[in-house]
Design a protein around this ligand. Sequence first.
Ligand code: NAG
Ligand code: NAG
Ligand code: NAG
Ligand code: NAG
Ligand code: NAG
Ligand code: NAG
Ligand code: NAG
Ligand code: NAG
Ligand code: CA
Length: 536
Amino acid sequence: MKFDQSLLAFVLNASAILANPVGSKGDFQAKCAAIASKLAIQNGNVYFSQSVTAGTNLTLPDNDPSCAQSFIVVTADICRIALSVSTSKTSNFSMEAWLPSNWTGRFLSGGNGGLNGCISYQDLAYTSALGFSAVGTNNGHNGTSGRPFLNNAGVVEDFAYRALHTGVVVGKNISKAFYGKQHKKSYYLGCSTGGRQGFKSAQAFPDDFDGIVAGAPAIAFNNLTSWSGHFYLLTGPPTSSRFVSQAQWLTVHSDVLKQCDALDGVVDGVIEDALQCNYDPTGLTCPEGTTNSTSCLTPTQVKTVKAVYEPLFNRQGDITYPGLQPGAEVVASFVILNGVPFSYTTDWFRYAIYNDPSWDPTTQDLDDYDYAAKLNRFNIETFDGDLGGVQKRGTKVLHWHGQMDPIITSENSPRYYEHVSATMGLSPSQLDEFYRYFLVSGTGHCGGGDGAHAIGQGTGEVNSLDPKENVLMALVDWVENKNAPETIIGTKWVNDTQSLGVKFQRAHCKYPKRNHYKGTGDPNVVSSWECIDVKR
Ligand SMILES: *[C@@H]1O[C@H](CO)[C@@H](O)[C@H](O)[C@H]1NC(C)=O
Ligand SMILES: *[C@@H]1O[C@H](CO)[C@@H](O)[C@H](O)[C@H]1NC(C)=O
Ligand SMILES: *[C@@H]1O[C@H](CO)[C@@H](O)[C@H](O)[C@H]1NC(C)=O
Ligand SMILES: *[C@@H]1O[C@H](CO)[C@@H](O)[C@H](O)[C@H]1NC(C)=O
Ligand SMILES: *[C@@H]1O[C@H](CO)[C@@H](O)[C@H](O)[C@H]1NC(C)=O
Ligand SMILES: *[C@@H]1O[C@H](CO)[C@@H](O)[C@H](O)[C@H]1NC(C)=O
Ligand SMILES: *[C@@H]1O[C@H](CO)[C@@H](O)[C@H](O)[C@H]1NC(C)=O
Ligand SMILES: *[C@@H]1O[C@H](CO)[C@@H](O)[C@H](O)[C@H]1NC(C)=O
Ligand SMILES: [Ca+2]
């Protein structure tokens, strides 16, 4: 992370700051050691509190192996508190609070990912080092599998909304008990399932946060899970004549770029607004008599490719979920287009929808998808269009989505934005007051990708703490100083390696505008581009 002194002053000294009543380092450590026995958490069981100094490589022996996080390097002096909270006779969640010695008076909760089950230690480290009193939970179960949902409604309820909300209530209490005063502002940072959790808060618990960053949200959750599963029906296994190989998807990707890369004015391998791209693979049809070529597709494979980009509809013709946006096909060929049933889909149907571990994902069909949508356990769909709660309270929602996301198509994000607009009867300029959506071009699922994907969304994706370049600090600036973001500048490093320097930067636009090259100037710099109006 690049620490510039003036930016550090912004992060650590804005309005609320240095609310920290804790004196010297020794006082901080003593206070931390003592806090565990002083906390009174309803239904809670505090395991320990320990002070951890900056630079410590913390081992996490209790973390489920499937979470793939057995250690984390802590970059600030923190007080680490671990506890569990029971939520019903059969359910509980684990959580941690990382309370920095350099507290800014700000509180923050992170979220989760996929079907897990894993405290996001990365987010705890990132945000506590920025001066937030940071909390995160395991969302009610341990590990990445959906198996704990089986015949245990309490665990599903925790996953749908309860662990996050309860963790916030408890976390605020812990922060207050430790610092001796209430936080000034409360924030949320999450992506994927974490993005869904951010929208769940906006829809159902508007008092939890003053500002929410929701990236690549897994909203319309049941339908997303059905959509992820349906690719297996389109491709079949790798032996099927419908299946398209990874080498062929590379060919398709080149063809996508041929048709759509220049729509934004520059041929650079990045499609700024995937919604502008109406890709047609027909031109890739192999000449008759060709066999086994990676540079063309059989007519049957052309059908598969077309269907991948088309929305999924049910038998009545209602949309279940939009199509994959063109541009993400190469990574998608390793994930949802690999000829294997998608594991989250299998787990969700087995353990949450049917409570039947023997349910066979190769038998899935549109009736299963309708059933899951109707059942909608604990309203996990998270697609309520009324954000009146956050609007009234003044909470700000910063929504973003990578335009080459291979796991959650970015086309679902404008669908939700338009749903909010229609439900509330508000135009984009009216929504701007409390809800803004950014199209982050060239960015995969929550990070990575061919474009300017580092926007400060988490560890490894931080070019700067300047609010212009950092979604979290942009949100803070919006909430505390009323500086609402018009764009979010993203960075692409040389070889995706920060120490090698900046390859290019781009200011990602706020929907419904899209990014377009001005026609002159270096396309690698922000000022050569502009956000233009587009008929949607
Ligand atoms: C932290 O410790 C683990 C072993 O517990 C080790 O594998 C890892 O390399 C260490 N990381 C750093 C940055 O020291
Ligand atoms: C706390 O902030 C000060 C600057 O305000 C900095 O010098 C110090 O390194 C920070 N300490 C930690 C542990 O982050
Ligand atoms: C939490 O609930 C699980 C069952 O879902 C149980 O196995 C575990 O022991 C419980 N843990 C605590 C700390 O209550
Ligand atoms: C998760 O793991 C922790 C640490 O091993 C354990 O205390 C807790 O009970 C587990 N929770 C569940 C729901 O099984
Ligand atoms: C935390 O909540 C408990 C009740 O669960 C309450 O007794 C206590 O005063 C609260 N502490 C703070 C600091 O708000
Ligand atoms: C098709 O080509 C691949 C390598 O590109 C080869 O492994 C495979 O055997 C070929 N199949 C047929 C039916 O020719
Ligand atoms: C989910 O899909 C069903 C059809 O399977 C549809 O009726 C419903 O409107 C969809 N809901 C959302 C939020 O997309
Ligand atoms: C960039 O990465 C490639 C391989 O991934 C390597 O061959 C090349 O040397 C790297 N360039 C620099 C400047 O490090
Ligand atoms: Ca382009």
